[in-house]
Design a binder for this molecule. Structure first.
Ligand code: CTP
Length: 211
């Protein structure tokens, strides 16, 4: 399969030295890219700024902002059979990016923000026969919220992730996720390495091709 994977955070500049972002390390998305390429899939990895080396045989597209990630996903979508959005896209950006460093003494006390585009929602109408997989990073009422995201974003599968656990979600090498299918199926996976979680997600994707 030709698989498009997004990974890492996006970064929304405030001024030349400061930005808004989140705790995503990119480890889950990079694990997906590594396992998918190892299995012989053709992988394009669209990555926000992370401190990881791209896995072998993966085409890397480096982006910074949510807008850049949206443009890159749009550009590569027509050439793929599946999209896995593992990136933690920043939901907000400063309304105005300052050209000069904001000074401590004269700077604004309040930062005005505007929402970034929701990449999955924007591309919903372009889905066609492609398989769309998303993640849900939650700190409470995980299953209810993930199920809602699955429907709102028109996904085939959502990987629900309780990011408040110290051994799952952001930065660590392990994850504990629940796979929720559009068709209603729910599979709670035990705590395992992100490489193993990636393998389970790809098992599901490969099986969905045969269905
Ligand atoms: N996502 C996206 N575009 C955004 C934000 C998120 O495509 N601007 C994708 C993520 O890559 C993920 C899914 O949507 O696959 C859910 O992301 P998450 O951060 O859990 O939820 P949000 O949609 O941002 O909603 P909230 O922050 O309110 O939980």
């Amino acid at each position: 399969m030709r698989i498009l994977i997004t990974a890492g955070p996006t970064r929304e500049m405030i001024d030349p030295v400061r930005f808004l972002s989140n705790r995503s390390s990119g480890k889950m998305g990079y694990a997906l890219a590594r396992v998918a390429a190892r299995r012989g899939h053709v992988v394009t990895l669209i990555s926000g700024p992370v401190a990881l080396r791209p896995p072998p045989k993966v085409s890397l597209v480096a982006v910074m902002t949510a807008d850049e990630m949206l443009s890159a996903v749009k550009r590569y979508l027509s050439r793929c059979d599946a999209l896995i959005m593992a990136a933690a896209v920043a939901d907000w950006r400063p309304r105005r990016v300052r050209a000069q460093k904001i000074k401590k003494t004269t700077g604004p006390k309040v930062l005005r923000l505007e929402p970034t585009a929701d990449i999955l929602k924007t591309l919903r109408t372009k889905k066609g026969r492609r398989v769309f997989i998303g993640f849900a990073a939650e700190t409470e009422r995980m299953l209810v919220r993930a199920r809602r995201k699955l429907a709102e974003k028109g996904l085939d599968l959502i990987v629900a992730n309780d990011v408040s656990r110290p051994d799952a979600g952001f930065e660590v090498d392990t994850n504990q996720v629940t796979l929720m299918e559009a068709s209603g199926g729910v599979r709670v996976l035990p705590l395992m390495t992100k490489m193993k979680v990636a393998a389970r997600i790809l098992d599901w994707l490969e099986a969905s091709e045969r269905r």
